[in-house]
Every structure is written in C-alpha cells, then in structure tokens.
Design a protein around this ligand. Structure first.
Ligand SMILES: Cc1cc2nc3c(=O)[nH]c(=O)nc-3n(C[C@H](O)[C@H](O)[C@H](O)COP(=O)(O)O)c2cc1C
Length: 379
C-alpha cells in the first residue's frame, strides 16, 4: 500500500512548510500596505508555488475572530477544512493541513469532513488538533472554556472517537466525560483506510504530554535553538518510550533580503508600523489564558516578554532575519538541535517565497539538509 503524507513521513531531513496564509495579515502584526491579503487567488497561487519548489506542507490557522487593532489581524480567514479541500484539488504533491478546534467541532462531523477532503487530496491531508485558548472565540460560540488541562482531556476523547471512526471498527458506543455517543459510524474512511498525519502544538506540560502520546508532529516554541536541545531530545525520547516516533517542528518568521542591511531596514520598518492595538489584545488574551500557569511557557505568556521583532513579524515565534547565508545558517542551526521541520511565515508570502526558494533552498541543499527537487515517490 502507498505511504500516505509521503513527503512528511520520508524525504528531506529538514522539512519545510508555510504557516498562516489562510488568514489576513498571516502571522504579522503590521499595518504596512504589502501585508498579506488572504484572498483565495493568493492562497491557491501560493500553494501551487510551494508545491513546485518542493515544500512539504502548508498549515492554516483556525481563527474565528480577528484581534482588532488598526488592521483587525486575522479578521478574515478561510475555514481550514474547506480551504484544505480547495488547495488539495489544486496541487499535486504538497501536504495540506486543516486545523480543527476540539471544543467547537463535533468529532463525528470533523471525521467525515476530513475523510471527504482526504479523498480529494488522495492521502495528502494532515490534521492540526487544537484544544483552544482564545477567550473571545469561546465567548462568541457560547461555549464554556474548560480548565486548561481538561481541554486536553477532551482532546483525547475527541481524537479517540475520530480514530475509531476512521479505523472502521464501527458501530460503537462511546461513554466518556465529554462525549456520550450511541452506535457511532461514519464512512468513507480516509483515503486507502489510513489516518491522516496529526500535529499538535501543546507547549504546557499537559499539552506536550498530549502531543507526545497522540501526535506525529509536535510543534514547540523556541527561545534560542541551543536552549531547545534538551527539550527536543526529551520529547523524542519520551515518545520512543511509548514506541512512537514524533517529529519536532517549530514556526519561524522569515525576512530574507540580498543584504543584512536591507533585512534589518525591513524589520525596523515593520516595527515602526506595528499594529500595537492588535498585539496588545493578543497579549491580553494570552495573559488571561495563562493566568494560573506556573510552567515556564505559562509564565512567559503571562508576562508577554517576547522581543518586539518576533512579536511583529511572527507573533512571538523564532525569526530568521538577514541575507540568504544568514537565513540558511539559522534554519540549519534549528535542524542541528533536532528540529525535523519548520513552518515559515513571510509578511507577504507570494512576494517573498520566490526569493527564498531561489536563494535559500539551494543553500540548504549544499548544507546537506535537503536534496534537489526531492520528489519522494510511492512505488
Ligand atoms: C504551529 C502552531 C499552530 C497553532 N495553531 C493554532 C490555531 O490554528 N488555532 C488556535 O486557536 N491555536 C493554535 N495554536 C495554539 C496551540 O494549539 C496551543 O494552544 C498553544 O501552543 C498553547 O499550548 P498549551 O495549550 O499547551 O498551553 C497553534 C500553535 C502553534 C505553535
């Protein structure tokens, strides 16, 4: 049987994807006129370009409400399962994720929607499971936000139900804390009967454990690559103890220009035109959500102490800002500490990806972490 999600499972040592292009502004909190317009045309062109240059995946953000400020960052966003369906129909090889909120989408509905889309993509759909944190969105849905760790307990039930439906071991009754379901069934199963690859970005102790026990790709935050070394190794070791293989990924904001000076000038210009209103609201939401957390990431979120450039370019994620040599060295540096993959965001993905593909991808090949035109084929 063919291997599904092939380019993610096999292939390049350092895998690359794009992140956030289904949302207006993408991941950047800036008012500059070239900020990302997340139209369908742009998304389709971008996915086709990413497919042509050999990126492995494209990951959306599930966002139901914008962050306000001058530009209402992420105020317009394509619903991610429908978005993935369109992009899978319009591409040939790249993996397209959907991002699904556990508390907002019933698992039986989600299982059928995702199976449908996976048939369109012939085994190239991936699932980002998010358990939710954004108070504004919960309020809009009229859904109570459970205590932090309970959200992951619900996530576990949700994912177990979906996996069981997809396994074809039906009908079944499910009697859990969050779901009580009778005679559950749902066909078709995903393409060729295998479940889509699953990613999760829980960073708290409970979230990380959920990811280690359930996901195939754990997305973790990075302060500095070397500071992540032990944590990355520990995540993989914990997964192996459970006889699981979990890849480590992280998001990276990119500004790549012919010279370091031009890249520095561009980030300064972005910071001068930061959307502070939206950033302020985001910080408030994060701080509220982390109210009772004592782990390092929770404390950090409460304090909101990311460097400004990271906040503006990539809402706090690690950033690589410089000329092609510097950007390449930063991506290799992340790979050396154990990251298997990186999802990238640009201020304007379509304007900036061609230069990145032309200058950085060949350098990554020369560094031995990717291979030219890697097209892994199912035999
Ligand atoms: C790569 C990545 C993608 C994410 N996608 C979403 C998303 O689309 N929607 C959302 O509400 N949260 C999203 N999150 C937030 C995570 O699901 C999670 O809530 C957050 O990392 C905090 O982890 P914790 O729940 O363990 O505290 C994402 C985080 C990362 C790093």
């Amino acid at each position: 049987m063919a291997v599904r999600n092939l380019a993610l499972v096999r292939g390049n040592g350092l895998k690359l994807g794009l992140f956030g292009a289904n949302c207006s502004n993408g991941r950047s909190y800036t008012t500059v006129p070239e900020r990302w317009d997340a139209s369908w045309e742009h998304n389709l062109q971008l996915a086709q370009l990413a497919d042509r240059v050999g990126l492995e995946c494209i990951v959306p953000i599930a966002r139901w409400k914008g962050y306000g400020g001058q530009t209402n960052v992420n105020g317009s966003s394509f619903e991610s399962i429908a978005w993935a369906c369109g992009l899978l129909a319009g591409t040939r090889r790249i993996n397209v994720f959907c991002t699904v909120h556990v508390p907002l989408i019933h698992p039986i509905v989600a299982a059928k929607q995702m199976a449908t889309v996976d048939h369109v993509g012939q085994g190239r759909l991936g699932v980002n499971v998010v358990c939710g944190w954004n108070e504004d969105e919960f309020h809009m849905f009229g859904v109570d936000k459970h205590e932090h760790d309970d959200r992951y307990a619900q996530g576990e039930e949700w994912w177990n139900i979906i996996r069981r439906v997809w396994s074809g071991d039906v009908p079944f009754d499910f009697c859990g804390r969050f779901y009580q379901l009778g005679m559950v069934q749902g066909e078709p199963r995903p393409f060729e009967g295998e479940r889509p690859i699953m990613m999760n970005a829980g960073s708290s102790p409970r979230g990380r454990t959920f990811a280690i026990e359930n996901s195939d790709m754990h997305f973790d935050g990075v302060r500095s690559p070397e500071a992540s070394l032990d944590r990355v190794a520990e995540t993989k070791a914990r997964a192996r103890n459970l006889a699981r293989e979990v890849q480590l990924w992280t998001p990276v904001g990119i500004i790549c220009r012919p010279s370091q000076r031009e890249a520095d000038e561009y980030i300064n210009y972005l910071v001068e035109h930061a959307d502070w209103g939206a950033l302020g609201h985001l910080a408030e939401l994060h701080a509220n959500d982390a109210r009772d957390r004592t782990d390092a990431e929770g404390v950090h979120r409460r304090r909101g102490d990311e460097p400004t450039e990271r906040q503006v370019l990539a809402r706090g994620s690690y950033c690589a800002i410089g000329d092609p040599d510097y950007v390449t060295s930063e991506l290799v540096r992340l790979h050396r500490v154990g990251f298997d993959g990186l999802v990238l965001n640009f201020v304007n993905y379509l304007d900036e990806l061609p230069y990145f593909a032309e200058e950085v991808l060949p350098r990554l090949e020369r560094a031995g972490v990717r291979y030219s035109g890697t097209v892994v084929k199912n035999s």
